[in-house]
Design a protein around this ligand. Structure first.
Ligand code: PLP
Length: 436
């Protein structure tokens, strides 16, 4: 057992937080509701490790749900943030860092202009507004199990926390708003075709995760993303590729670089987040100039933000993006490959049914023997087995996403020592899963 200290202080803090914050957390999955137990309260993080207030060290395979690609508290990122902080925390006025970060994104992704926002939720919400403004249409198509943040229209059959807690659609979403979202199964072009046929000239956009990672990792079938692009254009609609999670995680050009870069098709609008903010609240959406110039003050689509383009966020994001190269993605791939092989071996040893899916350097292990290609197959998982597995990994000092519908991330700081610790924890976690 790696955990030497019981989660006493964490439990006290969780109890206090529950009096003040709904469920004790500011984002639902953090409450450990679907895996049980007390969430460790984190005091600090360094490299590949999280440290809780009770004195335990964990190898972190969540990496703040994606942004931490270099490892926690990376010196170059910290230096950039400290320098920026010393100059003032927010100006509410243009500053050089905004265009510098925009230039770094435009250099890597097939977008001509980007606007910076504070969260992935804002990015997707705003991209949809641009698509509606551009087409004069209201409806959008989204895929069951995909998560694009928590704006009203995007919560129908959403992945991530909504999937974790089996919430098919959130309370509080106006029926009229929900009616404009058409939900279809992932990896099913015929369903998309049927949606266009049923709503002629009404659909503004298809929004899709470039590769879904919020119902576990799902790989788009061959030609699926291009098929979406072609269908959207055939029907006068736009394709929004949500790369909030996948962007800059597996290749410099996001998942699009792995999937579409060589085939000559480009989504109309992209959304980014996580890695481009390096752990600070920063996200972006972008596309062709003619679409992005629909935004105020150039055009009639309104979008704004007090803290948008915050100088700490742009400094952190730029410092991180400057350190990403193909060699780093190669290293992340090797680390993920080692973990996936060890996971497979440990679970096979205990005859625990499982399927491992990968999106570049991101991976997830489903406790099912089914091939997982969409939300319906993702939901065949034995979530009890996952919860037992999760608890045992945590007890041994490995911090996994506390949900069977989330993915694992590695960072460049995950060295042999950290990976060895994960590998050593797997056999007893597999035994716990087998018993569940
Ligand atoms: C693909 C995708 N889009 C959008 C979001 C929402 O981002 P945020 O949590 O920053 O609002 C997420 C968050 O996980 C995501 O994975």
């Amino acid at each position: 057992m790696n955990r030497r200290h019981p989660l006493k202080r964490s439990a006290e803090l969780f109890g206090q937080a529950q009096h003040l914050i709904p469920g004790g957390v500011d984002s639902p999955v953090r409450a450990f509701g679907s895996v049980g137990g007390t969430p460790p309260f984190i005091s600090h993080a360094r490299g590949p490790y999280l440290y809780d207030v009770d004195g335990n060290e964990y190898v972190d395979l969540v990496c703040s749900w994606g942004p931490i690609i270099l490892g926690h508290a990376h010196p170059a990122v910290l230096e950039a943030v400290n320098l920026a902080a010393s100059r003032g925390l927010s100006f509410g006025a243009p500053h050089p860092g905004e265009a510098e970060l925009a230039a770094a994104i435009v250099a890597l992704m097939p977008v001509e202009k980007v606007r910076l926002v504070n969260s992935g939720t804002e990015a997707t919400m705003s991209a949809i507004r641009v698509a509606r403004g551009a087409t004069g249409r209201d409806k959008i198509i989204k895929f069951a199990g995909c998560y694009h943040g928590h704006s009203d229209g995007l919560l129908a059959e959403a992945g991530s926390g909504a999937a974790t807690f089996a919430i098919p659609g959130s309370a509080g979403v106006p029926a009229a708003t929900a009616a404009d979202t058409i939900v279809v199964p992932y990896n099913d072009l015929d369903a998309v075709r049927a949606a266009f046929a049923a709503h002629p000239d009404q659909i503004a956009a298809i929004i899709t995760e470039a590769a879904p990672a919020n119902m576990g990792a799902i790989v788009p079938g061959p030609g699926f993303n291009k098929g979406l692009h072609d269908l959207a254009h055939e029907h006068g609609a736009l394709l929004i590729s949500d790369e909030v999670l996948t962007g800059f995680r597996s290749s410099a050009q996001g998942y699009w670089g792995l999937d579409g870069a060589d085939e000559g098709w480009v989504p109309d609008l992209f959304t980014f987040g996580k890695v481009i903010g390096a752990g600070l609240p920063l996200a972006a959406f972008g596309g062709r100039a003619e679409l992005m110039d629909l935004l105020a003050p150039s055009g009639p689509v309104y979008q704004a933000g007090t803290l948008s383009g915050n100088p700490l966020g742009t400094a952190a994001g730029l410092a991180q993006l400057q350190l990403l190269d193909e060699a780093l993605y190669g290293r992340l791939n090797d680390k993920a490959a080692r973990l996936k092989a060890a996971w497979h071996e440990a679970l096979s040893q205990e005859s625990v049914p499982h399927t491992i899916n990968s999106i570049g350097t991101i991976f997830s292990v489903f406790f099912t023997d089914k091939v997982v290609t969409d939300y319906a197959s993702a939901r065949t998982q034995n979530t009890r087995a996952f919860a037992a597995f999760h608890a045992e990994m945590l007890a041994q000092g490995v911090y996994l996403p506390p949900s069977a519908f989330e993915v694992c991330f590695v960072s460049d700081a995950h060295d042999a020592r950290a990976l060895d610790r994960v590998v050593a924890a797997l056999p007893s976690a597999a035994r716990a899963a087998a018993r569940a």
